[in-house]
Ligand binder design. Sequence first.
Ligand SMILES: Nc1nc2c(c(=O)[nH]1)N[C@H]1C(S)=C(S)[C@@H](COP(=O)(O)O)O[C@H]1N2
Ligand SMILES: [Mo]
Length: 327
Amino acid sequence: MLIKKPDDIKASEITDKQVYLDRRLFMRGAALAATTVATGLLYRKLNPPPAETPKGEKLADFAKPTSDAALGEGFTVNEQLTPLEDITNYNNFYEFSTDKGSVASESKGFVTKPWTVSVEGLVNKPRTFDLDELLSFPLEERVYRLRCVEGWSMVIPWIGFPLAKLLEKAEPTEQVRYVAFQTLYDPKRMPNQRTGVLDWPYVEGLRLDEAKHPLTILATGLYGETLPPQDGAPIRLVVPWKYGFKSIKSIVKIQLIADEPPTTWNIQAPNEYGFYSNVNPNVPHPRWSQAKERRIGEFRMRETLMFNGYAEQVAGLYTGMDLRRYF
Ligand SMILES: Nc1nc2c(c(=O)[nH]1)N[C@H]1C(S)=C(S)[C@@H](COP(=O)(O)O)O[C@H]1N2
Ligand SMILES: [Mo]
């Protein structure tokens, strides 16, 4: 693994890699581009899967949104799924490693039982939910695009439930305008928290209307099984119209509050990462364009879509807002 002193690692680390592709991904892209008959066999030959993909527990009871209505609501997309091997071997999860290829090995064996998520703040019924309670919300599959601010994207078949369903159990009061999220802080279990690469714990936030939007889910699984550690086990947020870093992993605390909460990447580099962080091809990051992206496994760049392709569902949340100012 890559060893760095904390001082050597800057916020710009999640930045400088827009054109970066590891060799494996490059070879795969080249192989696909080189032939129009890139059969599964050839693909596998040129790109042997890594030794391990994590073994989760099967999640039996979840609804699959296959109807046209689900497409219209953005609950699923008609696009090729990113292979499980890539979803679980190319990760951002700084609590384990700043190297995308090392998160899988560094997070292996991460213990997520027992686990609780507290829901507190300006609510009538503050509560702590254990994992069984969280898994007993009616689970649905949601096939979402995920786009990282660095310029890569994936299509992931998440399993989870709308965040709104959890929030309503706590009975938020009238004063609530924002929701704040916190990742576990436990350097024994998340060894990279011993370094100062980020301010720990990782924190994120949403405006209440964003949090209650039907596309915003808490994911407890992907590809039909419980979440692998590297993807945010046992429960993580997924907000598909925002850059990947808003989708905070391994959540232990959710607070319903009145004022805009601090967020990790904004603390780290306020001029580069705003509170909203909506995917927006028209507003470049200060040091690079956000107009295009590379779907993992593909060679040719794709045009990045406004709100990551979810404009029809979420543009209304931002009517009248200057999205250059509120980036
Ligand atoms: N706690 C925590 N959550 C996190 C991160 C992190 O470093 N720590 N990285 C974010 C970033 S930058 C991205 S792109 C996504 C990546 O999710 P994935 O590895 O499941 O694809 O997780 C986000 N959630
Ligand atoms: Mo990211």
